[in-house]
Design a protein around this ligand. Sequence first.
Ligand SMILES: Nc1ncnc2c1ncn2[C@@H]1O[C@H](COP(=O)(O)OP(=O)(O)O)[C@@H](O)[C@H]1O
Ligand SMILES: [Mg+2]
Ligand SMILES: [Zn+2]
Length: 463
Amino acid sequence: MAKFKSKWICQNCGYESFSYLGKCPDCGRFSTFIEEVVQEKVEVKAKNSSMNIQTSASFNYTKIKDVKVDKTIRISSGMEEFDRVLGGGFVEGSLCLLAGDPGIGKSTLTLQTAKNISSQNKKILYICAEESTSQVKLRAERLNADCDNLYVTQQNCLEEIIKQIEELKPDFLVVDSIQSVFSAAILSSTGSISQIRECTNILMRIAKQFNITTVIIGHVTKEGNIAGPKVLEHMVDCVLNFEGEKYKTTRILRGIKNRFGAVSEVGVFNMEDSGLIEIKNPSELFLSDRETVSTSGSAIIPALEGTRCLLLEVQALTGSSPYPNPRRVARGVEYDRLLQILAVLEKRVGLNLSKQDVYLNVIGGIDIIEPAADLGIALAVLTSARDAHINQQTVCIGEIGLNGEIRSVDNLEARLKEAQKLGFKRALIPKINNKTTRERISKINIEIIEISKITDAIKGAIC
Ligand SMILES: Nc1ncnc2c1ncn2[C@@H]1O[C@H](COP(=O)(O)OP(=O)(O)O)[C@@H](O)[C@H]1O
Ligand SMILES: [Mg+2]
Ligand SMILES: [Zn+2]
């Protein structure tokens, strides 16, 4: 007989304790522990073995040479932007977690995808666990997604959901959302870590066993995590984040984990009345609000997002500070990165910002993670402080070392091509030491200024 025990579980990371803890020793968050009743795992003993092996399936070993691989079949979401993030479409029988803030458009995206997949003659079951079927119908009408092969059911109970899956045998399953689904076999309340973990586990097994491609939707909590995020991330095949700024219509789909493709790919959409519209050339959108005359404190950076290059504008504003400790605000750029660049500017260029506030913002709500953005950030700050400006037609590429040297970056060719495509005439780039790179980029019609030190960049770019 299964034993039941009460445990305190961190709702952020899944850390388990036998008593209440104010601070989680694993993730460091406060007041995240909730008491849950958990069923003890049943230990399975393999036959004729002295070892206690917890296993659910029997297996035999084979030489790796002899392992037969099923050909992976991809199902297109019908949207290029979505397919790229997935690495070429959903892998049949895989389970994908789509996470994002409430209201960002997760249900819209999955409903549109369901519509596209139904047109490939596939049966889809959409589990409405938090909305009524009529609410989903209204959305479907708006998105023109009330199609033939799309079945909806309003159901929260996992056992009932399984029954309906068995009956309908869908090719594609959507669970909206996992936080609203519960299993009657688990005593904890709906939305608790134990429930989410177990329900996902069972859905994962169903996906694999019956080859049903599954998307589960997960809400992000206030702290920016999917409730029980770390617990789910390692279980599922794919984790996608759907992001966007609160008062803007641009939405970014970002791959966080992908067992069948590269991560760090992004897809860009615009939320409109008729649903999410793909933005196939995001650089144009991100640069569309740019002023037509040169302004101080602005630089254009060709940043790599997965395999694609996006041109992003980074803006800086400096000004004398009313505070004893001047403020440094970085949006879209890592805070420590900004501090390091400011330190290099002070030491190597002599720019003293110790009594100045510094604000930095990447336009369009995209985070720039890669160091190739350093040069653009440094020049944006410098031009704001000196009331100068960078030539309108110039893009800046390069990582800055602590000695003020400009370091080389990956995939220079793709960056220069994107800049050229959008009409830029000049590029500040790190010194090229590689003959093949030089040959390749010589074919791109853009003036190149090679620099080896941050001080050279100032001479080369600032008017
Ligand atoms: N009638 C409408 N016309 C245009 N946009 C709408 C309409 N209704 C909802 N939306 C948009 O859809 C968003 C909600 O999308 P939804 O897919 O339900 O989000 P989620 O599932 O992530 O909570 C709203 O924030 C709004 O931007
Ligand atoms: Mg929703
Ligand atoms: Zn924790």
